[in-house]
Design a protein around this ligand. Structure first.
Ligand SMILES: [Zn+2]
Length: 54
């Protein structure tokens, strides 16, 4: 199973759900970089959100 990572504009490598903060909006949940609060594309964030360091 391939692992999804996302390089944020702030330079942070988002790899696990702990690297994201979820923001529950009115209609849907959005995800943001924990470091700079830049929104992360939903499809990518959903994958990262299921990845845990082990
Ligand atoms: Zn960031």
């Amino acid at each position: 199973m391939s692992r999804t990572t996302y390089r944020c504009t702030c330079g942070a490598l988002l790899e696990y759900n702990q690297n994201l903060v979820s923001d529950r909006g009115a209609t849907s949940r959005t995800w943001k970089c924990k470091e700079c609060a830049t929104p992360v594309p939903g499809m990518i964030a959903e994958k990262i959100g299921h990845q845990h360091p082990s």
